[in-house]
Ligand binder design. Structure first.
Ligand SMILES: [Zn+2]
Ligand SMILES: [Zn+2]
Length: 205
């Protein structure tokens, strides 16, 4: 069992840093020693970033320096994080460790298997409540300050931030802070705000 655990830790560390879970720190986790992955990368700042299924950050890897044509391209190999939208002061920065378009069961299973935690983010809570209601069960009680995501918000979020290129699944983030064009962190595809609004309108018609 010890070896298994070591192997598992190794697996986890390839993707992130094991640390006490955020919910263990604020006391809402029953087991105060519960460990999960707090970061997506073995980077000083990256290791502080929690997972959320509606993240506020996207990670841009630029391993071949200058391979990115955007204005924010680095001249040396680098990893950078971009906020998808304005984050209120003090708001949490988060990354999704799993593809945003996966369904809830898949996302939570991957988080559990690879990172050792059960995701209970706003999007997951909304999904779990709907699931429970469909099965005629009582929805899990929400903790203090635990809001559920609104479905319309989730739909618009996915349309706005998930790359539409077939099979890509990357995340679109502004090319430059406050800029109106977004760039995919996987395939590099670009989309202007105007194009997004047209897609949104087409969807609502
Ligand atoms: Zn989640
Ligand atoms: Zn893409």
């Amino acid at each position: 069992a010890e070896v298994l655990q070591l192997l598992r830790m190794d697996d986890c560390n390839a993707h992130g840093v094991l640390a006490r879970r955020a919910d263990a720190l604020d006391g809402s986790e029953a087991d105060p020693t519960a460990r999960g992955v707090r970061g997506a990368l073995l980077l000083a700042s990256g290791s502080l970033v929690n997972h959320e299924c509606l993240p506020t950050l996207a990670r841009f890897d630029d391993c071949d320096a200058g391979s990115r044509s955007s204005a924010t391209a680095c001249s040396t190999p680098c990893v950078s994080f971009r906020t998808l939208h304005a984050v209120p002061r003090g708001g949490e920065l988060s990354l999704s460790y799993v593809p945003l378009l996966w369904d809830g069961e898949e996302r939570r299973a991957r988080c559990r298997a690879l990172f050792g935690f059960d995701c209970r983010c706003a999007r997951c809570r909304a999904e779990l409540r709907e699931e429970a209601e469909a099965q005629g069960k009582e929805a899990p009680a929400a903790g203090l300050g635990e809001e559920e995501a609104d479905w319309r918000y989730v739909d618009v979020f996915l349309l706005k931030y998930v790359c539409a290129r077939p099979g890509c699944g990357g995340t679109l983030a502004p090319e430059a802070p406050g800029g109106s064009a977004a760039e995919c962190n996987v395939c590099g595809a670009k989309r202007t705000e105007k194009e997004f609004l047209e897609e949104l309108q087409a969807l609502q018609e």
